[in-house]
Design a binder for this molecule. Structure first.
Ligand code: 6R9
Length: 671
C-alpha cells in the first residue's frame, strides 16, 4: 500500500504564484498568523469586517454544549440585506449582480439595485402567503434568476429554505417536504435541459397527492414560475403564478434583523443509510465563512472580476458560492441554466468569452468530460480573461488539474482545489492562490481559522507521509448546527468516532511536506487481501493512461481476496491535429472505435498499467469499457450502482442519477 500512495504523492510538479498575482492578491500569508493565535477572535474580526450587523455581537463562540455550537449569538443581522441592500446603499446599485444565461441562448442581467427590487417584491409575496420567521419553504426550480430571488426572499423574512434538485423524483420531493413540514413550494412549469424543456411541475403535483386524501401534505400553496411555457395542470386555490403575484406586489420592503443563530436553510444530503439527512445551517457564522472564503480563496476583486460557479443551486456549492458568498461580497457573476454541451460542446467556453469570466469554479467530473472531448473545443474560444480556476466535489487527479490549468487557464492561472461538504457549509481545505505553491492533486492546507487533522483509528494524529481519517478538531463558523429533527443522528454520525471532533467521513494522507491529499469517502475504500486501497488512487492511475478519459473503481466481493478491484473506464479520443472534427466524436462512437481495436487488449493494457504504477495488489480484476458513468447531478459517481453491476446484482435505487438511462446502457455493455 505504501508503494501505491507514493505513486500519488510523487507528484513533483509545483506552481508558484506569479509575481503579478502575488502583488495584487487579496489574501496574504499573514492571515494564517492572525488566525492561529485565537480562532474565535479571528472569526469575530472577519464577521465585523465582512458583514453588516443590525445589532453587533459581543460573544464570538459558545461551545458550552458541544457539538451544538453557537456563533455571534447575541448579534442580529439580515442575510438578504447583507447580500443586496447594503451594496445599493454603498453606491454600487448599478454594478451587475447576475448575468443569467438561459440554455436556448436567451439572457437577462440584474444589477444589485434590480435584484434588490425583485427580492423585496418576492418577500412581500411570500409574506402575503403567510411565510414568516422559521417557516420552511421548498424550492424546486431550474437554474433561473427566480431560484436566487426565491432563496433571498425566504432569507429576508427569516424563514428557512430547502432547495431540492430539479432532478429529484416526486417521492424524493415529498419525503423532503414532509421532513421539513414545508408550507410553500416554489417551482416552475419547466426548465431547459439538453435542448428541450423538461417539465417540473408534474413532479410537484404528483408528490403532493402521494398517499391520497388520507395523507395530506403540509403545503398550502405552490408558486409557479413560467419558464418552459409547457402546459401545466392547475389546482385552483393552491397554485399561483409567480409573475401574477410579483406584478401585484408592493415594491417596498424593509429587511428586519434576526438573531445570528436563526436558521437559514436545510439541505438534504445522502448518508450511509437510506434516509436523507436534512443538514441545518444558520445565518451569522455561515455568512461570515462563505464571504471570507469566497473573497480570499477566489481572490475576489468585486469591481473588476466576473465570477462563474457552474454549480446548480440545488447543491451546497450553489448555496455558498453562487448565492450567499458572491452576493455578500458584491461580486458580479454569471449563472447558466443548462448543460455544458447544449446546443454545442463549446457552450461553457462561449459563455466565458461572452461575459469575460475571470474566475471559474467547477467540478473535476466536468473537467474530465472536457478532456475527453479534446482541447480543440476550448481552443475555438477566447479564454484569456480567466485568471483563477477552482475545483470542488471530488479529488481532482493531477492529470485533470494540469489539463485544466494548461488548456482552460492558458498555462498561467492558479488552480485551487477546495475540499468541503454540505455539512461544513464553506471551504475548509484549500490553497490561497497568492500565497501557496500549488501541487496538482492535493487540496493542500486548512483555510486560515480552520483546524484540520488526519487521525489514525485510535484518534492520534498521523505523522507526515502517512494516511488516516480527516477530522475538523475545532468548531468553525459555517458548521452545520444539526440534522433537521434528529439531534441524536447528528451526534452519532459526526461526533462519535472521535469524541469532541468532527469526523468528515473522508480518508486523507499527509505527504512529506504535511500537505493534505483527499482519498475519497471511507466507504469508498476497498480492502483487497487485507490491503486498504483507495478508489481515488486507482482511478487516478487509470486516468494517467493516455487512452483513459474517466474511470470509476469499485470493490466487488470476491471469494479469495475479500474484495476485488473492478474498474469502469471511458476512453478518450486520440486527438488528431489534422482532423479537429474527430474530437467531437460522441461517446458511443468512441466505444465503437474501441470495440474495433478489441476491448480485451485495451483492458489488459490498463490492468498492466495499474499494476506497474501502483503495484500488483491494485491491478483491477476486471476492466469494463463503458460509454457513460452513473453520476448524481452534482457529478458524484454512484459507485453503489457500479458495485451492483460488478457483483451481478439487480441494480438498486437510481432516482438520484442525473441521467436515469445510463445504468441500462452500462448493464447492456457489461452484461
Ligand atoms: C462541496 C461538496 C462532500 C464530499 C466530501 C468529499 C468530496 C468535495 C472535494 C472532495 C476531494 C475535494 N469532496 N470536495 N474530495 N477533494 N476538493 O462537494 O459537498 O456534496 O456534501 O460532498 O465530497 O468526499 O466528503 P457535498
Amino acid at each position: 500500500m505504501s508503494n501505491s500512495i507514493d505513486n500519488l504523492l510523487h507528484e513533483t510538479r509545483r506552481f508558484t504564484p506569479s509575481e503579478e498575482f502575488r502583488a495584487n492578491a487579496v489574501a496574504g500569508a499573514d492571515l494564517y498568523d492572525r488566525a492561529s493565535s485565537d480562532r474565535p477572535a479571528f472569526w469575530g474580526e472577519q464577521a465585523r469586517e465582512l458583514l453588516h450587523w443590525h445589532t453587533p455581537f459581543t460573544r464570538t463562540l459558545d461551545w458550552s454544549n458541544p457539538p451544538f455550537a453557537k456563533w455571534f449569538d447575541d448579534g442580529q443581522l439580515n442575510v438578504a440585506y447583507n447580500c443586496l441592500d447594503r451594496h445599493v446603499e454603498a453606491g454600487n446599485g448599478d454594478r451587475v449582480a447576475l448575468n443569467w444565461e438561459g440554455e436556448p441562448g436567451d439572457s437577462k442581467t440584474f444589477t444589485y439595485a434590480e435584484l434588490t427590487a425583485e427580492v423585496k417584491k418576492a418577500a412581500n409575496v411570500l409574506a402575503g402567503l403567510g411565510i414568516g420567521q422559521g417557516d420552511r419553504v421548498a424550492i424546486y426550480l431550474p437554474m433561473i434568476p427566480e431560484a436566487v430571488i426565491s432563496m433571498l426572499a425566504v432569507a429576508r423574512l427569516g424563514a428557512v429554505h430547502s432547495v431540492i434538485f430539479g432532478g429529484f423524483s416526486a417521492e424524493s420531493l415529498r419525503a423532503r417536504i414532509d421532513d421539513a413540514s414545508a408550507k410553500l413550494v416554489i417551482t416552475a412549469d419547466g426548465g431547459w435541459r439538453k435542448g428541450k424543456v423538461s417539465a417540473l411541475k408534474p413532479a410537484v403535483d404528483a408528490s403532493l397527492t402521494i398517499g391520497g386524501p388520507e395523507n395530506p401534505s403540509t403545503v398550502e400553496h405552490v408558486l409557479v414560475v413560467k419558464r418552459g411555457n409547457n402546459d401545466v395542470a392547475w389546482v385552483h386555490g393552491r397554485d399561483l403564478w409567480w409573475h401574477d403575484q410579483i406584478d401585484a406586489a408592493n415594491p417596498e420592503h424593509e429587511a428586519q434583523p434576526f438573531p445570528a443563530e436563526n436558521p437559514l436553510f436545510i439541505l438534504y444530503t445522502s448518508g450511509t443509510t437510506g434516509k436523507p439527512k436534512g443538514i441545518l445551517h444558520t445565518t451569522g457564522g455561515y455568512l461570515t465563512q462563505v464571504a471570507f472564503t469566497h473573497k480570499n480563496i477566489f481572490d475576489l476583486h468585486p469591481e473588476t472580476d466576473v465570477y462563474w460557479s457552474t454549480a446548480d443551486v440545488g447543491w451546497i456549492t450553489g448555496h455558498s458560492y453562487v448565492v450567499y458568498g458572491p452576493l455578500a461580497n458584491g461580486a458580479t457573476q454569471v449563472i447558466y441554466e443548462g448543460t455544458p454541451d447544449a446546443p454545442h460542446p463549446g457552450r461553457w467556453w462561449e459563455i466565458i468569452q461572452k461575459y469575460g469570466v475571470t474566475i471559474l469554479y467547477t467540478a473535476p467530473t466536468a473537467i474530465r468530460t472536457f478532456m475527453k472531448l479534446g482541447h480543440h473545443i476550448p481552443a475555438q474560444f477566447d479564454l484569456t480573461s480567466l485568471r483563477l480556476l477552482g475545483s470542488v466535489g471530488e479529488p481532482i487527479n493531477p492529470e485533470a488539474w494540469v489539463w485544466y490549468r494548461d488548456v482552460i487557464g492558458g498555462g498561467t492561472t492558479p488552480v485551487v482545489d477546495t475540499w468541503w461538504q454540505t455539512e461544513t457549509g464553506a471551504i475548509m481545505v484549500s490553497a490561497l492562490p497568492g500565497v501557496t505553491t500549488l501541487k496538482p492533486g492535493s487540496a493542500q492546507v486548512a483555510v486560515p481559522g480552520i483546524h484540520i487533522e488526519v487521525l489514525d483509528d485510535q484518534g492520534t494524529p498521523v505523522p507526515k507521509n502517512s494516511g488516516g481519517l480527516l477530522v475538523v478538531s475545532e468548531p468553525w463558523p459555517a458548521m452545520l448546527r444539526g440534522i433537521w429533527g434528529d439531534p441524536d443522528r447528528f451526534v452519532e454520525t459526526y461526533w462519535s468516532t472521535f469524541p469532541g471532533k468532527y469526523f468528515a467521513g473522508d480518508g486523507a494522507r499527509l505527504d512529506r511536506d504535511g500537505d493534505i491529499w483527499l482519498l475519497g469517502r471511507v466507504d469508498d475504500v476497498m480492502n483487497v487481501s487485507g490491503h486498504r486501497l483507495s478508489t481515488a488512487e486507482i482511478e487516478s492511475s487509470l486516468v494517467s493512461h493516455p487512452r483513459v478519459a474517466e474511470a470509476a473503481v469499485v470493490g466487488a466481493t470476491d471469494e479469495t481476496t475479500g474484495q476485488a478491484v473492478v474498474a469502469f473506464v471511458i476512453v478518450r479520443v486520440i486527438e488528431d491535429d489534422d482532423e479537429p472534427g474527430a474530437a467531437k466524436a460522441l461517446a458511443d462512437e468512441i466505444l465503437d472505435e474501441v470495440v474495433a481495436e478489441t476491448v480485451e487488449s485495451l483492458a489488459a493494457e490498463l490492468r498492466a498499467h495499474v499494476a506497474t504504477q501502483i503495484g500488483a495488489i491494485a491491478r483491477p480484476k476486471q476492466v469494463f469499457i463503458v460509454a457513460e458513468l452513473p453520476k448524481t447531478r452534482s457529478g458524484k459517481i454512484m459507485r453503489r450502482l457500479l458495485r451492483d453491476v460488478a457483483e451481478g446484482r439487480e441494480i438498486g435505487d437510481t432516482t438520484t442519477l442525473a441521467d436515469t438511462q445510463v445504468m441500462k446502457i452500462i448493464s447492456g455493455t457489461v452484461g
